[in-house]
Design a protein around this ligand. Structure first.
Ligand code: GLV
Ligand code: MN
Ligand code: MN
Length: 413
């Protein structure tokens, strides 16, 4: 068979996705596979077993990133890399992240069974903690690998129960011996579901994002004064939750007020003591701001912070703000993006040049080497929810695009 006629095995991809979806399966058809949990460990173990089956050289680094290397003809040349993540949101879907890992595995299985030896080596990867849901921030391990984030800072991040990232990494047995530092990479591809409505709306099968928006994460802490709700008059209260409520609406109104390309969200909140008959005295909430334009996102944040300070002062609730994480917008390598569009065209898949509103490890990889992504449609544009879904034939199509993109790059001088 000629190389150009090579295709992945869609049935096998579906079966691998099915096996992974059993790990942390939720009643609503999604997965609960938070980073560094027992479920994350089970998914990693299954993944590593599959890597060994096709004779990859498997290494784990000190952030728990897993790499499987397939030798080429010229092993001194920097490899082509492809991967994504196996962790999920608390009530996440069966496709986010895992499709990119299983898709890359399917590519390597296809090369393996057809005895295709590429010029360059190929490395498949699972990045630790892409989601940032249990331990903020997101994409932390690719960030450390790329040299953008500090490993001790990452190790000391804690979850809501006070568990440290490094301790949990050791507990599940995935603090590896390899140092977490970038090596020369020829290029990186990440295959992913779109997580938005555009491809479906436009009737397209393959998306090639020109890049990823910037992501800014903040943590806000408010103090109020707790008291019995019944006898305490309304005037003179210092209700930290009411202050937060006003601030949350100010965040929600930011995009309309600021105009331009911007989304702003408060997705997480904790209130203390969380009792219906006590005025809340401590609130913590998060802010997520994204835009293609870094300055615009920053201006929006500065405006929101001004609102926060005014509200905090008016309500007598002292405020503390942490600027937790910031990753700049990430324009991908134009040649690689065009390659994705060309391959999709050659394979007969309607395709679209677009933007990624979701964050991906590809953001940090883009700081290390030429990078591009492949998107397939999310049914009804739903993601980070249990009903997240993508048609199996679309999953197969995206994996075929990845196969040919990887093969083309792996033959380059
Ligand atoms: C990553 O899942 C994100 O927040 O976009
Ligand atoms: Mn993802
Ligand atoms: Mn996600």
């Amino acid at each position: 068979m000629e190389i150009k006629d090579l295709r992945v095995n869609g049935q096998r991809l579906q079966e691998s996705m099915g096996r992974m979806a059993e790990i942390g399966a939720t009643p609503g058809g999604g997965v609960h596979r938070l980073t560094l949990s027992d479920e994350d460990k089970a998914a990693r173990d299954l993944f590593v077993g599959w890597l060994n089956e096709i004779d990859l050289d498997v290494t784990v680094d000190e952030m728990g990133n897993i790499f499987g290397r397939r030798a080429g003809k010229s092993n001194g040349l920097p490899p082509v890399m492809a991967g994504s993540h196996v962790d999920s949101q608390p009530s996440g879907g069966r496709f986010d992240g895992i499709l990119g890992v299983m898709g890359a595995l399917e590519v390597l299985r296809t090369l393996h069974e057809n005895s295709v030896v590429t010029r360059r080596p190929i490395v498949i990867t699972d990045w630790t903690n892409e989601e940032g849901s249990r331990f903020a921030p997101a994409m932390v391990a690719s960030g450390v690998w790329a040299g953008a984030l500090n490993i001790d800072w990452a190790y000391n991040r804690t979850d809501v129960n006070g568990n440290r990232f490094e301790d949990e990494l050791i507990r599940i047995g995935y603090k590896g011996p390899a140092s977490c530092a970038a090596w020369p990479v020829h290029c990186y591809y990440e295959y992913h579901i779109e997580q938005g409505p555009i491809l479906e709306r436009e009737g397209k099968l393959i998306g090639a994002p020109k890049g990823i928006v910037c992501l800014h994460w903040y943590d806000v802490f408010l103090e109020g004064e707790a008291n019995q709700v019944g006898p305490t008059p309304m005037e003179g209260r210092h209700d930290a939750l009411c202050a937060a409520a006003e601030m949350i609406l100010a965040v929600n109104e930011l995009p309309e007020r600021m105009g331009g390309n911007l989304v702003a969200t408060v997705g997480e909140i904790r209130t203390h003591p969380n009792s219906r008959n006590i005025i809340p005295d401590r609130v913590h909430f998060t802010v997520d701001i994204r835009s293609w334009d870094d300055d615009h996102a920053l201006n929006a944040w500065n405006s929101a912070r001004g609102n926060f300070e005014e509200i905090a002062a008016r309500r007598g609730c002292p405020i503390k703000i942490e600027e937790t994480w910031r990753v700049q917008h990430s324009p991908f390598d134009e040649k690689l993006v065009q390659r994705i569009l060309d391959i999709a065209g050659y394979l007969g898949y309607p395709n679209l040049h677009m933007v990624s509103g979701a964050g991906h490890d590809a953001s940090y990889m883009n700081q290390v080497c030429p990078t591009a992504m492949i998107f397939v449609p999310s049914i009804r544009g739903r993601s980070h929810v249990e009903v997240e879904n993508t048609r199996w034939e679309d999953c197969e199509a995206g994996a075929n695009v990845l196969l040919h993109a990887v093969m083309q790059s792996a033959e380059e001088e």
